[in-house]
Design a protein around this ligand. Structure first.
Ligand SMILES: Cc1cc2nc3c(=O)[nH]c(=O)nc-3n(C[C@H](O)[C@H](O)[C@H](O)COP(=O)(O)OP(=O)(O)OC[C@H]3O[C@@H](n4cnc5c(N)ncnc54)[C@H](O)[C@@H]3O)c2cc1C
Length: 424
C-alpha cells in the first residue's frame, strides 16, 4: 500500500501552503480536496482580488485578529506577513499595498494567486486528488495512522494536516468536516458562531427600506452593552441594506453583537452610529447654530446639506420631527441640540446577524490551548496538525484571515514534513 509522509486535507490557503512547505522539506505529500478545484474560497476572496495579507506591524496584525490573535505570536516569529509577501514575489506574484495595510496582487486577480500556488505544488511534485471527500481520520497509540476516504480506501501516513476550513460559505467546500475529527482526537471545539457577517434589524426604518442602499463613509459604528456603554467602536464605511446593516465597520462589529446577545441573553442589542466622528457633540452643536445663523431664512435641509449625505440628513431630521423645509430661525435650540446629538449618536436596535453560512469567517473552532503554537501539532495526538480557519482563530476582514491561514499552514506543513524521518 502507498504510504505518504504527509497527507494534507483541504486545498484552501492553509492547505495549499502546508502542502508547499511539506514539499519544500522533501516530504512525499498528498493533498486531498473534495472540490473539483483547489482554492475555491481563495479565488473569491477580497471581492475576487484576494486580500492576501496585510502590511501593518505584527502587534497591529494581532490586534486585528480578535479571536486568539495572540496565539499567532510564536508562529509570526517563524513566518510572518513580510515572509508571505516575499513568498509570493518569489512565485512571480507582485503585491501592492492599499488602505489600512491591505495587500493585493498587482494583477487584481485572486485567481493569479491560486495559480501561483498550484504551479509551485506542481514543481514540488505534490500529488493532488480533487473530487475526493475525506470521511474520517484514524489514530493508534496516540499518533496518526491513516486517512479514510469516502470510497472506503484508507491511506497510511506519518502526518495529517487538517486544513478543511470552518463552516462559512459551504459551497466552497468548507462544511465543518474537521470538527468531529478533532473531537475524536480528544480536542475541544470552542462554540462556532458567525463573524464578519452583516447584522440584521427589525427597526421600522429597516423594514420600510428607508435607507436601503445608502453608504456612510468613515463613520464610527458602536455596539453598546446593556448599560449603554460601547463594547467596541469601529471607524470605517458602512451600508444600510434591506435586512439591516453591512459594510466594513459593521462586519467588524458583528461578532460583538453575537457575543453580547449570548452573554446577556438578549433578543436585541443597541448599536450607535456617529456620522461625524471628527467633532465632539458641543462642537457640532455650535457648527449647527452657526449654519442656521449664517442664513436664518434658508430651509434647514439646505443649510445642513454639507454636513451629511442627503438621505441620511433627511432621515435624521425626520427622526427628530423636524420639517426639512422649515427655516432655521424658527427652530428651537433644544431641537437643534437633539439633531446634533443624533448626528453623533443615532441609536437603533439590532436582533442578530445573518447565519454562519453567510458569514465571511467562522468564529470558534479547534481550541488553540491544545495546539503547539510553534508547530501547529496537536498536543494530544502525534503527527496531527491543524491550520487555517478550522482553528479557533478569527480575524477582521482586511487580509488577516488569509494571513493566519498561510502562516499556520506554513508551520503545519514544515513540521509535518519533519516527521517523515522518524520511525513509526
Ligand atoms: C467571500 C469571502 C471573501 C473573503 N475575503 C477575504 C480576504 O480578502 N482576506 C482574508 O484574509 N480573508 C478573506 N476571507 C476569509 C478567508 O477566505 C478564509 O479565512 C480562508 O479561506 C480560510 O482558509 P482555510 O485554508 O482554512 O480554509 P478554506 O479556504 O475554507 O478551504 C478549506 C478546503 O477544505 C476542503 N475540504 C473541506 N472538507 C473536506 C473533506 N472532508 N475532504 C476533502 N476536502 C475538504 C474544501 O473543499 C476547501 O477547499 C473571505 C471569505 C469569504 C467567504
Amino acid at each position: 500500500m502507498m504510504k505518504y509522509d504527509v497527507i494534507v486535507i483541504g486545498g484552501g490557503p492553509s492547505g495549499l501552503m502546508a502542502s508547499i512547505a511539506a514539499g519544500e522539506n522533501h516530504a512525499k505529500v498528498l493533498l486531498i480536496d473534495k472540490g473539483t478545484k483547489l482554492g475555491r474560497k481563495l479565488a473569491i476572496s477580497g471581492g475576487g482580488r484576494c486580500n492576501v495579507t496585510n502590511r501593518l506591524p505584527i502587534d497591529e496584525i494581532v490586534k486585528h485578529i480578535p479571536g486568539n490573535g495572540r496565539f499567532l505570536y510564536s508562529a509570526f516569529s517563524i513566518f510572518n506577513n513580510e515572509d508571505i509577501i516575499r513568498f509570493f514575489e518569489n512565485l512571480g506574484i507582485k503585491l501592492k499595498e492599499e488602505d489600512h495595510g491591505r495587500m493585493f496582487p498587482v494583477s487584481n486577480r485572486a485567481q493569479s494567486v491560486v495559480d501561483a500556488l498550484l504551479n509551485r505544488l506542481s514543481q514540488l511534485n505534490v500529488e493532488i486528488r480533487t473530487n475526493m471527500i475525506v470521511k474520517d481520520l484514524h489514530f493508534k497509540d496516540g499518533r496518526v495512522e491513516s486517512v479514510e476516504l469516502i470510497n472506503g480506501d484508507k491511506l497510511e501516513t506519518n502526518s495529517i494536516v487538517v486544513a478543511v476550513g470552518g463552516k462559512s460559505v459551504p459551497h466552497t467546500g468548507s462544511t465543518g468536516d474537521g470538527f468531529p475529527w478533532a473531537e475524536k482526537a480528544g480536542h475541544t471545539i470552542s462554540e462556532l458562531f458567525p463573524t464578519e457577517v452583516p447584522v440584521t434589524s427589525d427597526e421600522p426604518f429597516i423594514k420600510e427600506k428607508t435607507l436601503q442602499g445608502l453608504s456612510l463613509r468613515d463613520v464610527a459604528v458602536s455596539v453598546l452593552n446593556p448599560k449603554g456603554k460601547p463594547l467596541i467602536t469601529h471607524r470605517m464605511d458602512m451600508l444600510f441594506t434591506h435586512f439591516g446593516i453591512s459594510g466594513p465597520a459593521v462586519l467588524r462589529c458583528s461578532q460583538f453583537v453575537v457575543k453580547a446577545m449570548k452573554k446577556w441573553k438578549l433578543k436585541h442589542v443597541t448599536m450607535g452610529i456617529d456620522a461625524l466622528p471628527d467633532f465632539n457633540e458641543e462642537e457640532l452643536f455650535q457648527q449647527v447654530i452657526k449654519l442656521v445663523k449664517e442664513e436664518p431664512k434658508k430651509a434647514i435641509k439646505n443649510s445642513f446639506k454639507g454636513l451629511l449625505p442627503e438621505r441620511y440628513l433627511l432621515f435624521l431630521l425626520e427622526t427628530n420631527r423636524m420639517d426639512p423645509n422649515t427655516q432655521g430661525s424658527s427652530i428651537s435650540n433644544d431641537l437643534l441640540r437633539s439633531f446634533s446629538k443624533s448626528c453623533k449618536q443615532f441609536q437603533f436596535q439590532v436582533n442578530g446577524t445573518l447565519p454562519l453560512e453567510k458569514a465571511f469567517v467562522t468564529g470558534g473552532g479547534v481550541s488553540v490551548k491544545e495546539i503547539e503554537p510553534k508547530t501547529m501539532e496537536s498536543k494530544l495526538v502525534q503527527g496531527l496538525y491543524f491550520c487555517g480557519e478550522v482553528l479557533d482563530v478569527y480575524g477582521y476582514t482586511g487580509g488577516y484571515n488569509i494571513t493566519s491561514a498561510l502562516v499556520t499552514g506554513r508551520l503545519a506543513g514544515m513540521n509535518a514534513a519533519s516527521k517523515h524521518e522518524e520511525p513509526i
